[in-house]
Design a binder for this molecule. Structure first.
Ligand code: ZN
Length: 126
């Protein structure tokens, strides 16, 4: 059985090998932010037992022990509060990164809003 850290790496490196599904049995609101993980195995989907992934950043957590005992949702709730992928970008932090990537790559076309923000703040400075 894969550890959470191992699976997290695989999930990010080979997202095509996995399918994320909502946990329909989960009653807590945290399940709106986390999905169950299924590994594609030819035509089959194999559930990665008792691991779930954050829908925003693909962070993997165990939600039950190997024996099927629930860990509760506290660590999942903690993650939702901290999850950086889910929050609107901090202007001061993302702008320099964006300017760098925009000038050297095609990411400009994927991030049309941020360069506009940069231009307006640029004009303000001058
Ligand atoms: Zn997350």
């Amino acid at each position: 059985m894969a550890s959470a850290a191992e699976l997290e790496r695989k999930l990010r490196a080979q997202p095509d090998c996995f399918e994320l599904k909502a946990n329909e049995a989960g009653k807590s609101d945290v399940w709106k932010h986390f999905s169950l993980i299924f590994e594609k195995d030819c035509d089959d989907l194999r559930e990665m037992k008792y691991l779930c992934a954050c829908n925003s950043c693909r962070r993997v957590y165990a939600y039950k022990s190997n024996e099927g005992v629930s860990f509760g949702t506290k660590n999942l709730l903690d993650h939702i509060r901290q999850c950086t992928a889910d929050k609107s970008p901090k202007v001061q932090v993302t702008l320099p990164q964006c300017v760098l990537s925009c000038s050297v790559s095609s990411e400009y076309h994927m991030l049309p809003v941020v360069p506009l923000l940069f231009i307006s703040s640029h004009q303000l400075i001058f």
